[in-house]
Ligand binder design. Structure first.
Ligand code: ATP
Ligand code: MG
Length: 591
């Protein structure tokens, strides 16, 4: 029986055999993209390349990408939706298109030397067409040609089988999705009825058109392919399980929860739900800590905080306190994910202490908050948005915890009305910019890319002026400004700031060519590259990606960048301030 690790390796091996280059899994916190909080799909870090920027590793790429979907949190506890999951993906950047993509998906899934899934267990969907766009006959024909029965192919509309564009304009096109039978008895029909008996495992998107300002679709000269296969769901299929919690990624965690609580997982649906939520949320929280997220009141930190609090509430419900809970569960998370994400083991102690501190902070107010909830409940037999807000303010209850408590009392709370009322009371500015992926593209704009290139020049100039102790501690770029955090013990003098600005502008004027090379760590060091050498995720097959700007800047980075520094025009340092102990922050704009 194939394990998750084996599936991951097979997937990479299969697409390597089809001429793809393996690229590393990016962080769950998107680099240089403040419009989304988390990486939600394998394609997310590749957006600039799907828009035409040449990728240093070529036109055929494969990877496994750790993803966080906050939009799926309400579904967590069901059989197939996780907050954190791993997406296997392969891409054609203007290279192969529908024929190869569909053939290879078919070959990988059904051939005996690969996954060997019986064809009867699979069904497929294709885009049926609408008044503006034709039926995706080509994809349909490819499936039929490979031996799929017409009965197993559903033709669905834009809501199901269309992707993009991410912004108002840009690449978009039909997709074809692949489903596995998880219903009882013999497989029946196809996904057309939207039946839960068919679980989506793989999605192949064909970027075939470019949407224009006037709304029309212009065919692209060269189409691109973006696919995503859910690792956890696919092993459900391969191991003939009923849900993701029955796979080895979760069984160890659930066994620990049974031992710690003294309850059996299967004793009731309520017990199952609590254990599933604890397992999912602590797993996602561990990955967030691994990628450097710290609990806070905004952005990624607030999502992390909410996951921990909800997990702790469920743990309390089944009689486990944080002190006993955290360490054994993180142990299980690490042992099930460590082969894919080796940094997890290195950071284990940090994860345990971070999780425990945050969990215990919440435990202090949890019991009191639960008493307050009961009082409110006894009095009013309902919970208003204002009550929810007060529970949040005084006891730190995230909205979903209060909602769940009300739900457990048998109250059908109108979620959206409740949320709206809660929000009225809430400081909106604290909500952070949790937007859907839609915003992502807009922000790989030319301006953002320019500011990213400027960040490299700035980094080098700071080292020149302040000394080689300067290292990047953080970077956040919008279309309006760059923000760069770096190690330096004291405030910069106005002269130093001016000097750094002048150097960067001089390097811009020199109009260096910007290009990437893949080097071994030794080569990169020998050539004077700076950046995170210890970042294993920037390495593939022993090589790391280094961006050069003439001979001036050499830095480990995944891009995207402009082609010549002259394109930046010039920069202005708008602000220099303290960020945290020993770390300074610079904000700069183009101009
Ligand atoms: P669904 O409709 O089931 O939520 P989706 O349409 O959101 O799936 P995609 O965005 O196409 O899924 O993602 C590609 C693949 O990633 C899916 O085919 C699935 O295998 C996997 N996937 C998506 N969301 C999750 C999740 N929350 N947990 C686990 N796997 C997921
Ligand atoms: Mg979904």
């Amino acid at each position: 029986m194939l394990s998750a690790n084996e599936l991951r390796k097979k997937y990479l091996a299969f697409f390597l055999s089809k001429g793809h280059a393996e690229i590393p899994s990016a962080s769950v916190v998107p680099e240089n993209d403040p419009t989304v909080l988390f990486t939600t799909a394998g394609m997310h870090p590749l957006v600039p390349y799907l828009l035409g920027e040449p990728h240093p590793m070529g036109k055929r790429l494969v990877d496994f990408q750790r993803c966080i979907r906050t939009g799926d949190i309400d579904d967590v506890g069901d059989d197939t939706h996780l907050t954190f999951f791993t997406m296997l993906g392969n891409w054609s950047l203007g290279d192969y298109f529908k024929k190869e993509s569909i053939e290879w998906s078919f070959e990988f899934l059904t051939r005996a030397d690969w996954l060997n899934i019986p064809l009867e267990q699979l069904s497929f969907t294709v885009f049926e067409g609408d008044e503006n766009t034709p039926f995706d006959q080509e994809s349909y024909d490819h499936w039929i040609r490979l031996g799929v029965s017409p009965e197993r192919i559903a033709k669905l509309g834009k809501e199901d089988n269309w992707w993009g564009p991410a912004g108002k304009t840009g690449p978009c096109g039909p997709d074809t999705e692949i489903f596995y039978w998880v219903g009882k008895g013999e497989p029946q029909g196809n996904k057309g009825s939207h039946s839960k008996d068919w679980m989506e495992i793989w999605n192949n998107v064909f970027m075939q058109f470019s949407k224009q300002e006037d709304g029309s679709l212009k065919p692209l000269e060269k189409g691109s392919v973006d696919t995503g296969m859910g690792l956890e769901r696919t092993i459900v299929a391969l191991q003939h399980r009923n849900n993701v919690y029955e796979t080895e990624l979760f069984t160890g965690i659930l066994k620990q929860l049974e031992e710690l609580s003294g309850f059996e997982y299967a004793v009731s649906d309520e017990m199952k739900k609590s254990m599933r939520i604890i397992a999912d949320h602590l797993r996602a929280a561990s990955i967030m800590f691994m990628d450097g997220v710290e609990p806070s009141n905004k952005d990624q930190g607030y999502i992390l905080r909410r996951l921990i609090r909800r997990a702790i509430r469920h743990a309390k419900k089944i009689g486990i306190d944080a002190q006993r809970l955290v360490s054994p569960i993180v142990d299980e998370v690490v042992s099930s994910l460590n082969e894919a994400y080796p940094i997890l083991a290195e950071k284990k102690d940090k994860i345990v202490s971070g999780l425990l501190a945050e969990a215990q902070k919440f435990e202090k107010t949890l019991a009191q908050g639960l008493r307050e909830f009961s009082k409110l409940w006894e009095k009013n037999k309902t919970i208003s948005g204002e009550d929810a807000f007060n529970l949040y303010q005084s006891y730190g209850f995230p909205l979903e915890v209060t909602h769940e408590l009300a739900h457990e009392q048998g109250l059908e709370v109108d979620r959206s009305a409740f949320e709206a009322e809660f929000k009225k009371h809430q400081d909106l500015s604290r909500q952070g910019a949790e937007k859907k992926f839609a915003g992502g593209l807009a922000d790989h704009s030319v301006k953002t890319t320019k500011l990213h290139t400027a960040t490299h020049l700035l980094h080098q100039a700071l080292r020149e002026v302040l000394g080689p102790h300067v290292e990047q501690k953080g970077s956040n770029i919008t279309a309006e400004r760059l923000r760069f955090d770096f190690s330096h013990g004291e405030k910069m003098t106005p002269e130093q700031i001016k000097k750094v600005e002048d150097i960067v502008n001089e390097q811009i004027k020199l109009d260096h060519k910007v290009y990437a090379e893949q080097l071994t760590v030794e080569e990169a060091k020998a050539r004077g590259a700076i950046g995170l050498f210890e970042d294993k995720y920037a390495q593939i097959g022993g090589k790391i990606n280094v961006y050069f700007m003439g001979d001036y800047s050499k830095e480990i980075c995944g891009g995207p960048h402009v082609q010549h520094t002259g394109e930046l025009g010039g920069i202005k340092i708008a602000k220099e301030e303290a960020s945290s102990a020993g770390v300074r922050r610079i904000k700069a704009i183009l101009g």
